[in-house]
Design a protein around this ligand. Structure first.
Ligand code: ADP
Length: 167
């Protein structure tokens, strides 16, 4: 059984994440989306909110599970018996950091293999941070995140969707 983890903050999940999820789910038997419970990172959405959004959006992909973890990723992987890590690469700026993490994980767990999926060109500029920034100013985020979660993002900034400009 080939089990992979796709770790991240997903604060909130975007079309860029979803693209990586759909593509990597086809490569493995089970994909566990592991939402990071990181108290040091100031997140907009609670862990529970992030998990619920991802569950809703991925409900039609049968081999995807959504879980949470904290601590070291390799320890979590031992717990769930996974040895593949999925990460998305948007640009060279992601590469240096990701390379370091992948090498470190390999040292900590010698059968851990990181698979990098190159982002779809149309999402290469997209990040959760950019989505939050645009939403906070009442900008249109419909091209960046699934419809199901748009209202929840605007709500965090007290933005009334009716007043946003959607093309
Ligand atoms: P982290 O806090 O670990 O960076 P993120 O939720 O921002 O968590 O990202 C999780 C993973 O998704 C990372 O591998 C990141 O490179 C990838 N990712 C984020 N945005 C995109 C995107 N637009 N296209 C492809 N991959 C992405």
């Amino acid at each position: 059984m080939k089990r992979a983890v796709y770790p991240g903050s997903f604060d909130p999940i975007t079309f860029g994440h979803l693209d990586i999820i759909e593509r990597s789910a086809k490569m493995v038997d089970e994909l566990v989306i592991a939402v990071l419970c990181n108290s040091a990172k100031n997140s907009l959405f609670s862990l529970e909110e992030r998990v619920n959004m991802i569950k809703e959006i991925t409900k039609d992909i049968p081999n995807v599970k959504v879980e949470t973890f904290d601590g070291l990723l390799v320890d979590y992987m031992r717990q769930i018996d996974a040895n593949i890590i999925i990460r998305g690469l948007r640009a060279v700026t992601d590469f240096e950091y990701e390379l370091q993490i992948a090498q470190m994980n390999h040292v900590l767990k010698d059968d851990a293999e990181t698979i990098f999926l190159i982002t779809n060109l149309k999402y290469s500029y997209l990040s959760s941070t950019v989505v939050k920034e645009i939403a906070s100013y009442g900008g249109d985020i419909s091209k960046f995140v699934p419809e199901e979660i748009i209202d929840r993002i605007y709500e965090k900034y007290n933005v009334n969707r009716e007043n946003t400009y959607e093309q």
